[in-house]
Every structure is written in C-alpha cells, then in structure tokens.
Design a protein around this ligand. Structure first.
Ligand SMILES: Cc1cc2nc3c(=O)[nH]c(=O)nc-3n(C[C@H](O)[C@H](O)[C@H](O)COP(=O)(O)OP(=O)(O)OC[C@H]3O[C@@H](n4cnc5c(N)ncnc54)[C@H](O)[C@@H]3O)c2cc1C
Ligand code: FES
Length: 252
C-alpha cells in the first residue's frame, strides 16, 4: 500500500451519472486482489477527506475506477479534466477469495458492479453475473464483459427480469444444487439483506463487499466499523478487515 501521485488520462461518462476514470500513476499499484479499493484525493481544495473507490482495473501504472456522481466529492471528480493531478492511496483492504472447485455466482446492484468487475474478469466464463439496475441504460456498465454470462434485472422492467436482482437469483438457485455454489456480492444494503434472507436456508457461502463512509481508509480512525457476530471483538473496520466479509459473519 502506497500513496502514489498520478494524472488523469480519461474521465468519461458511461451512462447517466456513471463515469469511468483512468489515472496514469507514477508507479504501479502492485499486486491487487479483486475487491480491494483505493482512497482518492478528489481535486477540490475544500474537500479534505479522501473518497474510497473499488479498483475496477489495474494494469502496470494505469488504474481505472468506475464511479457514480452522488455528492460533492464525486461531482468534483466528474469535472476533472485530462492531465489533472490526483493522489491515490492503495491498494487497500481485503478482497474476494474464491474457493477452489466452487461454482461462482456474482451479484451486483448498480454501481456495485465496479466492486466485482475485477473478480469477474479473473473468473471468466466460470462465473454468472446477476446484475440488478434501475433501467436498461445502466446495463451499459457491464458492456465490457465478454466471457461472463449476464442475467439482468431492471426495476422499471425495461430489460430482462422485471424486479430486483435477488428475486431474479431466487429463480435460478435450484439450478446450482450439487454444484457447490459460492456467491460474491456488491450492492446497496437492502440488496445484501435480501440476499441473506434468500441464502439463509441453504447457508450458501457468500462473500459481500460492504460500503461504509470512510475517513482514513487505513484502519486508524475506526470511523468505518460494522457489527459482526464475533462475540469477543464484534466491531470490524471495513477498510482493514473488509471491505469483503463473509455474509454469515455480519450482524445484519
Ligand atoms: C470500499 C468502498 C468502495 C467503494 N467503491 C465505489 C466505486 O467503485 N464506485 C462508486 O461510485 N462508489 C464507491 N463507493 C462509494 C463512494 O465512496 C461514495 O459514493 C463517495 O465517497 C461519495 O462521495 P461524495 O463526496 O460524492 O458524496 P457525499 O457528498 O459524501 O455523500 C453523498 C451521498 O452518498 C452517501 N455516501 C457517501 N459515502 C458513502 C459510502 N462510502 N457508502 C455509502 N454511501 C455513501 C452519503 O450518505 C450521501 O447520501 C465505495 C465505498 C467504499 C466504502
Ligand atoms: S476509515 Fe479509518 S479506520 Fe476505516
């Protein structure tokens, strides 16, 4: 983990409020596990705290993140032009660890796709992505996936299954019986709670990337803790012990 200066080499709209940003770093991030993240100093002098973003892609000195404009920091990021200097701290946290011989099921909600995209690239055609979005335009976020089977759900019914992504997965779960399914998920907290209810009867192994507001991103401030079932030490830091946790360890 290192604080690395870089310059923006691309910052393009994918669809609506979703953008993909590429940074040319002065040195490589090094070894990255899918699900790890970086803390980005957004280019605005009045914004002191860095913002966490999943590593969407990392090749040599080129780092890519995908983000959704939701507030001051991401708004400032969206206005940054090519050549703007950017400080990037990472790679941070613990990522996904797929078990050998399991059948991977990946579940993403909206911008949660950014958190599982590296994992999908590593798993290739072994994985199926269940991708839940609001409307069909958002399905463009996953346009770059070539090898992965994608099953989509839209809340407005404009494409694929009409409804939420966990209900979609529920329709396919029986197909995985006897195939040692293992679920990897990233998305809003409501999606994670529904996923838990769906998977609970079979206690299917599931790793989930948790989102919490962060200040330091390095395990120092304890501003990002989540409650777990560990009786001796229930509060875990999302930035250090996570962001990826076993769903069955979390107190939801
Ligand atoms: C490990 C991790 C990885 C992430 N990866 C991505 C990613 O790849 N792409 C992406 O678009 N976003 C990602 N996020 C969320 C992202 O960090 C926030 O959207 C961003 O910090 C918002 O900054 P802002 O200044 O624009 O919004 P603010 O003005 O700070 O807040 C705007 C709104 O967003 C909510 N919000 C802010 N931060 C978070 C957060 N960390 N989790 C949940 N809600 C938040 C606030 O409650 C508020 O409603 C990730 C978060 C974590 C913890
Ligand atoms: S953000 Fe400071 S400990 Fe996690």
């Amino acid at each position: 983990m290192d604080d690395i200066p870089g310059k923006i080499t691309g910052n393009d709209c994918v669809t609506g409020a979703y953008r993909r940003l590429t940074v040319g770093l002065t040195r490589p991030l090094g070894r990255v596990s899918p699900g790890q993240f970086v803390m980005v100093k957004v280019p605005d002098r009045d914004i002191f705290l860095r913002r966490p973003f999943s590593i969407y892609d990392s090749r040599g000195r080129a780092l890519t993140i995908m983000y959704r404009v939701v507030g001051r920091g991401t708004d400032a990021l969206s206005a940054a032009v090519r050549g703007t200097p950017l400080m990037v701290l990472g790679p941070l946290g613990r990522g996904f660890t797929p078990g050998k011989g399991n059948t991977p099921i990946v579940v993403a909600g909206g911008i949660g796709y950014a958190g599982v995209r590296m994992l999908l690239k590593r798993l290739g055609d072994r994985a199926t992505l269940f991708f839940g979005v609001t409307g069909k335009d958002e399905l463009r976020l996953a346009d770059d996936l070539k090898d992965t089977r994608v099953l989509a759900s839209t809340m407005d019914g404009s494409s694929g299954f009409a409804g939420d992504v966990v209900s979609l997965l529920g329709r396919y779960l029986d197909d995985y019986r006897g195939k040692r399914p293992e679920v990897f998920a990233c998305g809003p907290s409501g999606m994670v709670k529904s996923l838990k209810a769906l998977l609970e009867p079979g206690r299917i192994p599931c790793q989930v990337s948790v989102e919490e507001r962060m200040a330091c991103g390095m395990g120092l401030c304890f501003g990002c803790v989540v409650a777990t079932r560990d009786e001796a030490n229930p509060y875990k830091r999302v930035c250090k012990e996570g962001p990826v946790f076993s769903l069955w360890d979390l107190s939801l």
